[in-house]
Design a protein around this ligand. Structure first.
Ligand SMILES: [Zn+2]
Length: 211
């Protein structure tokens, strides 16, 4: 009797843990079946020639759209260099193209990221900055959070004197649905450290981005 109660408690605890943890990930076959359901919901015939292979292709495309979930920013930013030759000015990588998906409609938003930092004795490979943008862009996102996550990761792992990040993007959920505004561009920016405190430095960043 005592044993039974104990087991019951354990099961309840396990259920609680399960409820808190992430839902189990469906299989690829289940994901493809979901796309087939969507095709049927549109009133289409998923068995016709042109659509027969579409669920497989869509899920394969989603492998790319969501590739960022399997990548860790810490790995990309792990290697830094101390040989700066005394350089302590801003390092700006601008016009980094990115493609992301809005988490509200799963529609693409596409644009450019401008990322700058002031070294604090260490620098990082420039391509790593572009890869960092991709890691966070290839997830379901809002532009606001994408801006914050790039800024925070660079600040946390490189520990520079300051970080400036600006994103400009066109949101397809505004272009092809809803308000249908084809030419609107959303601009977000985030600053840390010296960029937050120093107005001139921030102005220089904006001027370099515009130039
Ligand atoms: Zn949206």
């Amino acid at each position: 009797m005592t044993k039974k109660i104990a087991r019951k408690k354990t099961t309840a605890a396990a259920a609680k843990t399960r409820a808190k943890s992430k839902p189990t990930r469906p299989t690829r076959t289940e994901a493809e079946a979901a796309i087939r359901t969507l095709i049927e919901w549109m009133g289409e015939d998923p068995a016709r020639e042109g659509l027969r292979d579409t669920p497989r292709r869509v899920i394969k495309a989603f492998d790319e759209y969501c590739a960022g979930y399997d990548m860790n920013p810490a790995d990309v930013l792990a290697k830094t260099f101390s040989e700066t030759g005394g350089y302590d000015g801003p390092v700006l990588v601008k016009c980094i193209e990115f493609e992301s998906r809005c988490e509200h409609h799963m529609a693409p938003f596409i644009g450019k990221a401008h990322v700058a930092y002031i070294p604090n004795g260490r620098i990082i490979g420039l391509s790593k900055i572009a890869r960092l943008v991709d890691i966070y862009a290839r997830r379901l996102q809002t532009q606001e959070r994408l801006t914050s996550e790039i800024t925070a990761a660079l600040q946390k792992h490189l520990k520079p004197k300051g970080v400036a990040v600006m994103l400009e993007a066109e949101h397809f959920c505004m272009k092809v649905r809803g308000v249908h505004k084809d030419h609107s561009i959303t601009v977000t920016s985030r600053f840390t450290g010296t960029y937050q405190k120093d107005d001139d430095l921030r102005e220089e960043f904006f001027a370099q981005v515009r130039g």
